[in-house]
Ligand binder design. Structure first.
Ligand code: GDG
Length: 469
């Protein structure tokens, strides 16, 4: 079997897989690299004075990783700039937060060309290459320019934006044109794929064609596209839940809840996750249901993320103020409505926390998939499961229709859904949980990975000289 090369901005292959801190995606990709052999390539997270076009090769628990150091200007323009201040907000429908700086676009192009310069010599003729996420969209084009003719696939972990928003990006056509150097492009949902197809077919400067079986033709090339919904490592997550620390955490949370119902939220501190709207919806619930105050609390676990970017500092300050205000207004001497924590927990602890929660509150304003929704379901006790409230704007809603789907922009809808979840009869909870757990199993991260790699391997590439481009 030919080797697999995984490429992502940060290489998250764990040094010690047994430590239990790595997420499902990192574990699934590491397992694939052990199975197919190969390489995980990306930025080291380090900066150097002057870029050296050479990777540092390391072994991480049986996985070979190849790491590149970048210059500080690359990190500022490519990573903090184009990736996190331009593409991330734009792909999450936040044109108001999107920064359209020419230097960011130039840094993005330069840094991707640098990645290609270092990666190209490491590629063997039979390797299959799988590039992840919005940081590296033009990388296939840059590899092709260096003569790489291997199969290259791309998976986008975020939503794809509506055409009317994408065209606010200077050089949007150039970005999409570079995607036609892939053999396969994957999205989490049919909705994101259809938005991509709509751009290609309807944007006048592209004038592309929809072909059968989700293939597309434009810029004199064809590309295969598909829907590959990501999930969690179900067995790994159940083992974390049942571990000694998972069980201890569950016991500790159950004791701390002491006859109160816990509602849980777990999200990186990101404006796309709808945290402000969630707190306002919960406040509305407290206002609407005075008899339930003192009987519930919200545990919101929110690790700080991308703190170098202004928009993240702003949302952080607003959430601090909002959580403080709601607690100040509603708390009693022996009860606080919100426990708002800016810290991380181990995965086994998180699993124990989810299990103790009556309600999982997952209300992003827009999200590629959202794995917390699947983790919450997996952690439940089948005999007495909690209820998942899920934003209809999370990719996960396309499969998890049995959750209580809500519009996260409406605090009244959030308030009603919280009440409904807290009062749902056991048989309805069990029925919903069983159907959602089936979805979680059907989309296990191992299946997602194998499905994508198999589709990529199955694609026929034109032999030398046959390229239509
Ligand atoms: C992107 C897309 C897509 C959170 N706090 C802690 C912790 N986490 C873990 C969660 C979950 C993961 O982080 C977050 O995954 P999400 O899917 O919810 O969101 P993003 O980080 O935005 O991920 C998203 C995903 O890529 C995969 O394609 O689903 O749409 O935006 O696993 O549990 N983990 C630990 N401690 C914490 O405190 N250990």
């Amino acid at each position: 079997m030919s080797r697999l090369i995984v490429v992502s901005n940060r290489v998250s292959a764990p040094k010690d897989p047994a430590a239990g801190s790595a997420g499902g995606l990192a574990m699934a990709l590491s397992a694939a690299l052990r199975k197919y052999e190969g390489l995980w390539f990306g930025w080291s997270g380090e900066t150097v004075e002057t870029f050296v076009p050479e990777a540092k090769i390391e072994d991480r628990a049986g996985v070979t990783v190849a790491l590149v150091d970048l210059e500080a200007q690359d990190v500022e323009e490519y990573y903090n700039g184009y990736a996190n201040k331009t593409l991330w907000p734009l792909f999450h429908h936040r044109v108001d937060l999107t920064e359209y700086e020419r230097s960011y676009g130039e840094g993005y192009e330069r840094t991707n060309a640098r990645f290609a310069e270092v990666l190209a010599p490491l590629i063997q003729p039979d390797d299959v290459i799988w590039i992840h996420d919005y940081h590296m969209i033009p990388l296939a084009r840059d590899l092709r320019r260096r003569g790489i003719r291997n199969r290259i696939g791309f998976f986008l972990h975020t939503p794809w934006p509506a055409r009317q928003l994408l065209v606010t990006l200077p050089h949007h056509r150039r970005l999409v044109e570079s995607m036609f150097d892939y053999d396969l492009i994957g999205f989490h949902t049919r909705e994101w794929l259809d938005l991509f197809r709509d751009y290609v077919a309807s944007e006048p400067s592209v004038n592309g064609r929809l072909l059968p079986n989700d293939a597309l033709e434009a810029f004199g090339k064809t590309v295969q596209t598909g829907v590959f919904p990501i999930g969690i490592d179900v067995d790994g997550f159940l083992a974390a839940r049942n571990s000694a620390l998972g069980t201890r955490t569950y016991d500790r949370m159950a004791a701390s809840a002491a006859f109160r119902s816990m509602i849980v939220g777990v999200d990186r501190l990101d404006y796309s996750k709808g945290l402000e709207q969630r707190l306002l919806g919960y406040e509305q619930f407290l206002a609407d249901n005075p008899d339930m105050r003192g009987e519930v609390f919200l545990l919101q676990v929110t690790p700080i993320s991308r703190d170098d970017v202004d928009a993240y500092q702003d949302i952080r300050a607003r959430l601090d103020a909002l959580a403080g205000r709601i607690n100040g207004e509603y708390a009693d001497m022996d009860w606080q409505p919100i426990r708002y924590l800016n810290r991380t927990y181990r995965r086994d602890q998180l699993a124990g926390i989810y299990r103790a929660a009556r309600v999982g509150l997952v209300t992003p304003l827009r999200d590629g998939m959202n794995l917390v929704a699947k983790e919450y379901i997996a952690a439940q006790n089948p005999e007495d499961p909690g209820v998942l409230i899920l934003s209809r704007f999370a990719g996960a809603a396309e499969q998890m229709g049995e959750a209580l789907l809500v519009n996260p922009f409406s605090r009244e809808e959030l308030s009603d859904a919280i009440k409904r979840a807290l009062t749902m009869p056991l048989d309805e909870r069990k029925r919903k949980w069983a159907s959602l757990m089936q979805v979680v199993r059907d989309t296990d991260v191992g299946l997602w990975r194998d499905d994508f790699v198999a589709c990529l391997r199955a694609i026929d590439r034109p032999a030398d000289g046959e390229d239509s481009a």
